[in-house]
Structure formats: structure tokens, C-alpha cells
Design a protein around this ligand. Structure first.
Ligand SMILES: [Mn+2]
Length: 350
């Protein structure tokens, strides 16, 4: 008799079993209706929302169901290596939405966080929500929100384990495993943030047993950089300003900076955490001008609650990492937004 493959020994912590089982059962009952699944992610996509949605879509397809990830924006260049184009569709461009579908939100829980896809999420009566952002307080049979789990991808991995148990099928194939591992790695800052738990590392190992490989994930997400992006980042770093006795570091990027260098929208994605890690800095704020809105990203150490600040500006996130965006209205500029942040943070850090 052949020995059992290592991945078959995977076992999740007991504290996750009830929630993972509940969502897995919900998935099975939604699927039995024959409705296809449409997965929804937050705007300004990151490794975790793409990892959890694509991994989950792959698992659902491996169960024999129709499942696609609705995208309102292109997949960033740093995630192209994962090879998930066939799992994505773009309702704004193709418009081909099924008339009836199960809307499955991962790494976010509200239509308002999903950009132009939000209306499609809200339009479905059949919703499943798996999220680890605690800025929203909603509960329900088909909702699993747990701020203590490292990532939505870790939650989706547990749900998928339950689905394997319920169906007796091997559902988490190497591509699904790689997607989940991408979410675990990026939301924990390569397993360095305080949301890294023993089970996060165990799950990462189990995903490797199933064919995932952390090397390309870390290379493409952290090490690889376009030369144009590097040059733009160097200029923005020169312009960083410090306030509140050095406790607030703030960087501002104009559209003209992107144009000057031919930089991509990911050009300074590393900057919020780079600035937060500077000696004496409690809070870093990176303000970016984009074509349709102004994006604000916050990172902090132990002394500032980014989630609360972002929430008060209709955004969301985690205690140490959060963000929001501001619409251009009545001549509002990136300079106005930045000034207002300096003033508001100045009062909070006084
Ligand atoms: Mn996440």
C-alpha cells in the first residue's frame, strides 16, 4: 500500500473548525442551487484579496462548479507570475454577468470597498463573506469575519480543507495552494508582522506540501522592481517630510511623478512600510494622486490605530495598516488632503 501523501495530514486549529465548516456547508448548499459563484475583492487589489479569491475560485472549479473573480481593475504586474488570467473577468469591459449568482466576498465585506464591482455584489441576494478586517461589524450564517486570522487566504484555506473533507476529493491543487500562500505571505509581511501565528506558519508548510513555492511569491512581491518605478520611488523618498517631532512621516506622489518616470501604479507600494520602519516614526502616511481619486495609505507601530483613522474617513483596514480614498470634488487637491492629514494627525499625536 502506498503511504499517504503529506498534505493529507493537514489539520486546522480547533478554534477555526466551526466557522470553516459553517462556510463550507453554505458553499455546498449554494452550489446545489446551480447558481455560479462570483468572487468579489476590494479595490486597489493586494496579494491577499487576489490570493484568497483566485485560490477559492480554483477550489470551486475543482469541485465542478462555475466560479470567476470579478475585477474592476487590471491585475498588478507583480502578480502576473501567478498565472490566474483564466479565473478573472472584468464586468466593466465584458459585461457578461450571469443573471443569478452567489456573490462571495473575500478580504472585504461591503460593496463600498469593491469599486465599480460593488453594485454587482450588492445586487445578489445570495452572499457569502469571508474577511479578517474588523472595521465592519456584521454577523450572519454565511459570514465569517475574524480579525485575529492572518489573512483571508488562511481562512479560505481552512474552508477548502473542510470542503475536501466533505467531498472526499483533493481540491487544493498546486495553483490554489500557491494563491493561498501568496495571501499568507503578503498580509504577514513575509511572516514578520504580529498577525503571524503558529498556525499561519503551519498552514504555509501544508500549502508547500501541496505544491506552493514561497520563492517566486517573495521575488515578485518584494524584490523585483521595474527600473522606472525604482527611479520614481527614489525621488519620492527624497521628498518625505517629518512632522510631530519625527513621529509622523508623510510622502506625497503626484500624477506628474508617474508620468515623468513612466512609472506603474505600484511604483511606491513599499513606501508606507519603509517609512513606518524609520527610527522614531510612529505613523507613516503615503498620499497618492490617481486619475479618479486621491489614495491615502497608513502604517503604524504600537502607538497609532490606523483602522480607526481610516474608518473615520470612510476607509478600512487593520490596526497597523489601513487606507482610504478621497474623491476629487470642488477643486480638492492632493495638497489640501495632505495638509488636512498633517493637521488631524498632529492633534492626535500631540
Ligand atoms: Mn487581507
Amino acid at each position: 500500500m502506498k503511504p499517504e501523501p503529506d498534505w493529507k495530514r493537514a489539520k486546522m486549529k480547533s478554534k477555526y473548525v466551526a466557522d470553516a465548516s459553517r462556510i463550507a456547508e453554505r458553499i455546498m448548499s449554494e452550489a446545489s442551487s446551480g447558481r455560479p459563484f462570483v468572487l468579489f475583492v476590494h479595490k486597489s487589489v493586494d496579494g491577499d484579496c487576489m490570493g484568497s479569491s483566485c485560490g477559492m475560485a480554483q477550489v470551486l472549479r475543482n469541485m465542478g462548479y462555475e466560479a470567476d473573480v470579478a475585477m474592476q481593475e487590471d491585475l498588478p504586474g507583480s502578480m502576473e507570475f501567478i498565472g490566474v488570467e483564466d479565473l478573472l473577468f472584468f464586468p466593466d469591459r465584458h459585461g457578461m454577468m450571469p443573471s443569478d449568482y452567489t456573490a462571495f466576498a473575500v478580504d472585504c465585506s461591503e460593496g463600498s470597498r469593491m469599486g465599480s464591482c460593488g453594485v454587482l455584489f450588492n445586487a445578489s441576494e445570495h452572499q457569502i463573506i469571508v474577511d479578517h478586517h474588523i472595521t465592519v461589524e456584521i454577523t450572519g450564517d454565511s459570514i465569517w469575519i475574524d480579525g485575529a486570522v492572518s489573512s483571508a487566504s488562511e481562512m479560505c484555506y481552512y474552508i477548502s480543507l473542510k470542503l475536501e473533507e466533505m467531498t472526499g476529493k483533493h481540491l487544493i491543487d498546486p495553483r490554489a495552494a500557491q494563491c493561498f500562500l501568496m495571501g499568507l505571505i503578503t498580509d504577514t509581511g513575509k511572516f514578520t508582522y504580529t498577525n503571524t501565528k503558529a498556525e499561519t506558519l503551519i498552514s504555509a508548510g501544508e500549502l508547500m506540501d501541496r505544491g506552493a513555492d514561497p520563492s517566486p511569491i517573495c521575488y515578485h512581491q518584494y524584490d523585483w522592481k521595474r527600473v522606472e518605478d525604482f527611479k520614481m520611488s527614489a525621488e519620492i523618498r527624497q521628498r518625505v517630510e517629518f512632522y510631530c517631532g519625527g513621529r509622523l512621516a508623510i510622502a506625497k506622489a503626484y500624477l506628474k511623478d508617474y508620468e515623468k518616470y513612466g512609472a506603474s501604479r505600484e511604483a511606491i507600494d513599499e513606501l508606507p512600510s519603509t517609512l513606518r520602519d524609520l527610527d522614531g516614526v510612529w505613523l507613516s502616511v503615503v498620499v497618492r494622486e490617481t486619475a479618479d481619486r486621491i489614495r491615502v495609505n497608513l502604517r503604524s507601530g504600537d502607538n497609532f490605530n490606523c483602522a480607526e483613522f481610516a474608518k473615520s474617513h470612510k476607509g478600512g483596514g487593520h490596526i497597523r495598516s489601513a487606507g482610504y480614498s478621497v474623491e476629487y470634488s470642488e477643486g480638492l487637491t492632493i495638497d489640501d488632503v495632505t495638509e488636512a492629514i498633517i493637521e488631524e494627525v498632529g492633534r492626535l499625536l500631540r
